[in-house]
Design a protein around this ligand. Structure first.
Ligand code: ITT
Length: 203
């Protein structure tokens, strides 16, 4: 296992994301020896396609697209916020809920206005990571249940963090430090499963 301080294990992997917050979060939980390289660092400044109707489909589409362009082993992740009272929403449209180039604030405003007066605030985040190499892929899922607040709270993080309180906490993700968010995070759950797979299969 490559987890001891004297490890010589080292692996470089391309993370197929254009979202700097995701890159930052994943680097904060990446085990020693695993170097995560972003798209900018390999000179890719375009947009990866996301035209499927599930997070599993979009995650696979992003990873396979990058692999076809470069031929390097890589991984992608797709995340959606799923609100019980609004079946399927924002879901795979989480990034563009209020329109194609919507800001995080506009997406939050739309969500809160659709939930105005709604008592059932239950929701969950779902992240699916796809590891892709030589035409083959494996997926790892992380889910965190919680509730949508009445109004935004906190200024850390990104996306819907100011309106999501994970079960077991009284704080929104945006009121937490990164370490606190990682203790609940949907992204960390999927990434831990992925890192475990890498150690089991590639060391
Ligand atoms: P890439 O496709 O380049 O990875 P993206 O931002 O488009 O970046 P997604 O398609 O997965 O990523 O969009 C998911 C959206 O869901 C994202 O833009 C945020 O609005 C939201 N989101 C994802 N993870 C989140 C998190 O940990 N906390 C709050 N909101 C999150």
């Amino acid at each position: 296992m490559g987890t001891t301080p004297d490890t010589v294990w080292h692996k470089r992997l391309i993370f197929a994301t254009s979202n700097p917050h995701k890159l930052y979060e994943v680097r904060s939980i990446s085990p020693p020896g695993l170097e995560i390289v972003g798209l900018k660092e390999i000179g890719f400044l375009g947009e990866l396609p996301e035209t499927r109707d599930t997070v599993e489909g979009n995650s696979l589409q992003k990873a396979s697209h990058l692999w076809q362009l470069y031929g390097f082993p890589c991984f992608a992740e797709d995340t959606g916020l799923f609100v019980d009272a609004l079946p399927g929403e924002p879901g795979v449209y989480s990034a563009r809920y209020a329109g194609k180039n919507a800001t995080y604030q506009e997406n939050i405003n739309k969500l809160l206005s659709k939930l105005a007066g709604v008592e059932n605030r239950r929701a969950h985040f779902k992240t699916v990571i796809t590891y892709y190499d030589r035409g083959e892929y494996v997926q790892f899922t992380g889910v965190t249940e919680g509730e949508i607040t009445i109004s935004p709270r906190g200024s850390s993080g990104f996306g819907y963090d100011p309106v999501f309180v994970p079960a077991g906490s009284s704080k929104t993700y945006a009121e937490m430090t990164l370490e606190e968010k990682n203790a609940f995070s949907h992204r960390k759950k999927s990434f831990d499963a992925f890192a475990n797979f890498l150690f089991q299969n590639l060391v």
